[in-house]
Write a protein that binds this ligand. Structure first.
Ligand code: GLA
Length: 715
């Protein structure tokens, strides 16, 4: 609900309030974000403090000591700004004052050319506050969407040039909030290839400015566009937590700045580094959407809220709300070394195991037998696949499996027909040869002709064979950007291509990928309901990767495969059971040479598939509780509970075996106290209250990487 009471705007979510005030001069003041408050005019609360050695104007106003809603730099506030627009005089001093507002019923802000959260069957309202700088004739419309059933606020900004001259947007965060002085920690998720999204918690100290930004092209392995600000006492189960997730796949930035008095400013949006956008008279510029989420029940509470929002109200694909097929991917089984008959052996074995989808990975096109050539040449290699893609898809379908195909549409190898025909389509700067990444260049998606080529070449393949699934890969970082702001233009081009293809092929399940989880962001999730989480599929590494990915992103988006042992990335030897038990907490599949499995392994895999079939709707739709963090020691455990609390799955892992040691009891969460739950395998019965308040003893085997998965039902 959005309430306007005097000069107070009060946005109320399910149990949250977000309160904005207009002061007597028209500045937008931030008053409260957190637990729900009563509806009243809070303007009397504006503190008219003054402090020595501060800048102030002729009325004595000093914005630096105020909590601001969308701050500028240079007009009495010298903290880092939410926006900066260079005007005709060459400076970027600005002060935006309140002009007017409107409330749009039953609508979520939609942003031209960019993915957004949608309302679906949820009730939403949007507040638009127009601010204006009369000196330079700049208008900015701040947009806030609030949902009756969620504790999230969607924020974005729209810049309008109402002057007669060009101005240049240099900084344009989607959201900025000033939090009152307090003791806060920051949680963020840096990483690298095969080490994605580590969970890092750090204190925010006086005067500190933490820049959680990425300028590597895509949202990147290096740091995810999701952070949490939390109270010092916040844990998985309790404490105040604020989440900030950007729906954007390009260079992003979240800055957390603790000012000289201890107030904390958090802002999130496009990374201003190497960004600018020229705004001609009457033109507008839209920022991407930032999703703010509040919970007073710790990280767990925040995650469950984000999971509900992102699995129900972000991805338009029909697959978002459907169980996904269990797949087999040939990459780690064959790499580039395959032919049609080898693939069909895998398919036949997959059928016998109960697998539903066969995905043909890299190496099927052009003359690609290694990673040195052919990206861009999206036509089949008949030497490897004499039946062509259409024929192979038919053969796979005849075995009773769906067929899926890998593409890396944004790339081109210099050794390709495409590059030889259109060298200017690769991103480059004048007089320099572009840098390589995995022997490839990036295509210039700011060029419509390039976007049209990608749409057409993929459409030709998807339209001429029965392809049910596409793995959309992206395997290098962006360098050699031709001008400031290029990365944003590229990102808009990417969204245009994804929009076109997902609309044209609504039945195809798209899976995102970027050298594993190098572009695991809400922008990509708007098109592909699942993303390959990491090229590291070692079960022990995956404990951490999946654990921290789940902080923001639902299990329905986290692709997890059982792969070979010793593992190809880290060489670790783990039991087949461990690998499957970890992968169940996601979109499950296999990626190893199943034709090499012996009879015992074959039987085990059949059972794993039967088991996942039974739990996959629960995994996709249930509430996720993280019980023990792999970052805290030798254990990791989690629980997935049905929304109606009638059933749950419990997973535990003891990483290294311990001699003669008792494992700690696990206190479960999210159950119905009054229900009796039965372990489906052992038929043991436990009370809901007993499981939560007394706990259950885990049962580990006495070897390294021992795991268990137990399934309980109340009826
Ligand atoms: C990337 C992906 C892998 C695989 C290879 C193929 O590394 O993350 O899953 O598709 O590309 O080249």
């Amino acid at each position: 609900m959005i309430l306007k009471n005097g000069n107070t705007f009060h946005l109320q979510g399910r149990s949250t309030s977000y309160i904005i005030l207009i002061n007597e001069y028209g500045d937008l003041i931030h008053y409260h974000y957190g637990k729900k408050l009563a509806d009243m005019d809070y303007c009397a609360r504006i503190a008219n403090e003054s402090r020595s050695v501060m800048s102030y104007d002729e009325k004595g106003i000093c914005l630096e000591i105020s909590l601001l809603e969308y701050p500028a730099y240079g007009y009495t506030d010298l903290r880092s700004p939410a926006y900066s627009v260079k005007n005709k005089y060459g400076n970027s001093v600005s002060r935006l004052l309140y002009k007017d507002y409107c409330i749009i019923q039953n609508e979520v802000q939609q942003i031209e050319g960019m993915p957004c959260v949608f309302s679906g069957d949820k009730k939403a309202q949007t507040l638009e506050i127009t601010l204006r700088d009369n000196i330079i004739n700049l208008e900015v419309i701040l947009s806030y969407t609030v949902f009756e059933e969620y504790d999230i606020i969607l924020r974005s900004a729209k810049f309008i040039n109402t002057a007669d001259e060009v101005m240049t947007v240099e900084t344009c965060y989607s959201a900025s909030i000033d939090f009152e002085k307090g003791e806060y920690d920051l949680v963020y998720f840096p990483g690298a290839w095969i080490r994605e999204r580590e969970f890092i918690r750090t204190e925010i100290r006086l005067g500190e400015k933490l820049d959680i930004s990425n300028a590597r092209g895509g949202s990147g392995h290096a740091v995810n566009p999701f952070v949490m600000l939390c109270s010092k006492d916040a844990t998985e189960r309790k404490g105040e937590v604020y989440g900030f997730s950007l729906i954007y796949s390009g260079n992003h930035s979240t800055v957390v700045e603790c000012d000289i008095y201890g107030n904390v400013r958090v802002k999130q949006g496009i990374n201003p580094f190497e960004f600018e956008h020229e705004l001609r008279p009457d033109e507008t510029f839209y920022t991407p959407q930032s999703v703010l989420c509040y919970s007073d029940s710790g990280f767990g509470g925040l995650s469950r809220e984000m999971h509900d929002v992102y699995r129900n109200n972000l991805c338009k694909s029909k697959w978002a709300n459907m169980d996904r097929p269990i797949l087999i991917n040939n990459w780690e089984a064959t790499y580039f070394d395959f032919d049609e008959e080898k693939l069909m052996e895998i398919v036949k074995k997959a059928k016998a195991l109960g697998i539903e989808l066969f995905v043909l990975d890299d190496g099927w096109f052009g003359k690609r037998n290694d990673d040195k050539s052919s990206l861009g040449d999206w036509f089949v290699n008949k030497q490897k696949l004499p039946s062509g893609i259409n024929g192979l898809a038919k053969r796979v379908n005849n075995e009773g499996l769906k067929f899926g195909l890998w593409f890396e549409p944004e790339m081109v190898n210099p050794d390709s027909k495409l590059y030889r025909t259109h060298p200017a389509w690769a991103i480059s700067v004048p007089d320099r040869r572009p840098a390589f990444g995995r022997n490839q260049y990036m295509l210039d998606l700011s060029n419509n002709d390039v976007c049209d080529y990608i749409i057409k070449s993929l459409s030709d393949i998807l339209g001429n064979a029965n392809i049910s699934y596409v793995k959309w890969d992206y395997n290098r970082m962006m360098t050699d950007m031709p001008c400031k702001g290029y990365n944003h233009r590229y990102t808009l081009g990417l969204y245009k291509v994804l929009d076109a293809l997902t609309e044209k092929f609504p039945d195809v399940l798209f899976e995102g990928c970027a050298s594993g989880g190098g572009r695991f962001d809400a922008g990509i999730l708007a098109y592909s309901p699942q993303i390959w989480t990491s090229d590291n599929s070692d079960a022990v590494s995956r404990l951490k990767i999946q654990y921290s990915t789940s902080m923001c992103y639902p299990l329905s988006t986290i692709s997890a495969h059982v792969t070979a042992s010793p593992n190809h990335q880290v060489g670790r030897i783990t039991p087949l059971k461990t690998r499957a038990d970890v992968a169940y907490a996601g979109i499950f599949g296999y990626e190893l040479d199943i034709t090499q499995m012996d009879a015992v392994e074959t039987e085990e895999v059949k059972k794993q598939i039967e088991f996942y079939n039974e739990i996959r709707t629960l995994v996709r739709t249930g509430d996720f509780y993280r019980l023990q963090s792999p970052y805290d020691g030798n254990y990791c455990s989690w629980q997935i509970v049905a929304k109606d609390k009638s059933e749950f799955v419990l997973f535990g892992c003891r990483v290294l075996a311990l001699p003669n040691t008792k494992d700690a009891i696990l206190k479960l969460e999210g159950l119905d106290e009054s229900l009796q739950y039965t372990d489906i395998d052992t038929e043991e019965q436990f009370g809901g209250a007993e499981l939560m308040y007394r706990g259950i003893l885990p049962k580990y085997k006495n070897y390294d990487f021992s795991t268990f998965v137990r399934r309980f039902k109340s009826k």
